[in-house]
Design a protein around this ligand. Sequence first.
Ligand SMILES: Nc1ncnc2c1ncn2[C@@H]1O[C@H](COP(=O)(O)OP(=O)(O)OP(=O)(O)O)[C@@H](O)[C@H]1O
Length: 335
Amino acid sequence: MQLTDWLHKALQFEKHINQVVIGQQDVVRLMLITVFARGHVLLEGNVGVGKTTLLRAVAHGLGGGYQRIEGTIDLMPSDLIYYTYLDKDGKPRVDPGPLLHHGEHLATFFFNEINRARPQVHSLLLRAMAERSIAAFNQDYLFPHLQVFADRNRVEKEETFELPAAAKDRFMMEINIDVPSSDSVLDELMFNPRFHDTDQLISQLPDSGMEYTQLNGFAEKLQQNIQISAKLKQYALSLWRATQKPQDFGVTLSDVVMPQLMLSGASPRGMSYLIRAAKVRAWLHSRDYVLPEDVQAVFAPCMGHRLFLSPLYAYRHEQLLPALLTGLLSAVAAP
Ligand SMILES: Nc1ncnc2c1ncn2[C@@H]1O[C@H](COP(=O)(O)OP(=O)(O)OP(=O)(O)O)[C@@H](O)[C@H]1O
């Protein structure tokens, strides 16, 4: 009963977001999956493709606190926790920074251009993501409803710091956002003034009827109630093994000595995220059991950022990875 009620709300929520962020249906569906699987998201895309609009729309629909921070080379971990200033009487003041501002009501945290921030900042964020808490001012702050969205700029690579593998692994998905290709969508974005003012666009969103404080509880019910058959478990296990040794499953890529390709395959955390996401997809398709198509639909966004190629092939990463992901899905037989 509860699953059906929430499904109706979730699909309405998705429909409303698609009216505000246009031509990005696949991206919106993946975002919806991460909201209900309670996973953090890495966004990859060019500037001005609607990332902020999308996140503000999601945050508006879910309620709770929303914060956005820009990654810069001189950003320090303390900048996320507090800021200092002189008040109107000239007295020094310390106020909570973006992470602490909403306290435990922080629901959506957008870290723009995360790869411009230094490793010290990455490690603070890593703790906030993994434990949904941080230590500051001699106490622990909890963020039970926190979902982190971090953006990596695809255009400029200078003055950037690659996220460490452990930080990447804590993101459930990496979602690519491209400029829409349809002429009618491009026409709307260019000539319809409705899409030129984000504040006004977001304010038009109707109430979703979803409460961010109830998401954790519902997400756990969802995970318990969607079934996964023994054959499907075997399929997921084979996919996992194939990420470690694709050559054992007959995957071949041109100009690659397959046994030398992988530095490391997917982690257990990554595979558990894959299954959580597949279950949410099954639920969104009104099923209470997972099909291979659910696993396949979320495989690339859940796996792409956690497969590491050996140094020999790392420089061809952008060309080889999509081919590897497709190769893995076609090499491992689905039940
Ligand atoms: N698919 C889209 N649907 C609706 N509006 C869009 C879309 N793509 C871009 N826009 C509009 O373009 C403008 C820029 O969008 P937005 O600020 O969300 O982009 P961004 O990807 O966050 O950019 P940046 O990386 O520079 O912060 C906004 O006015 C937004 O409404």
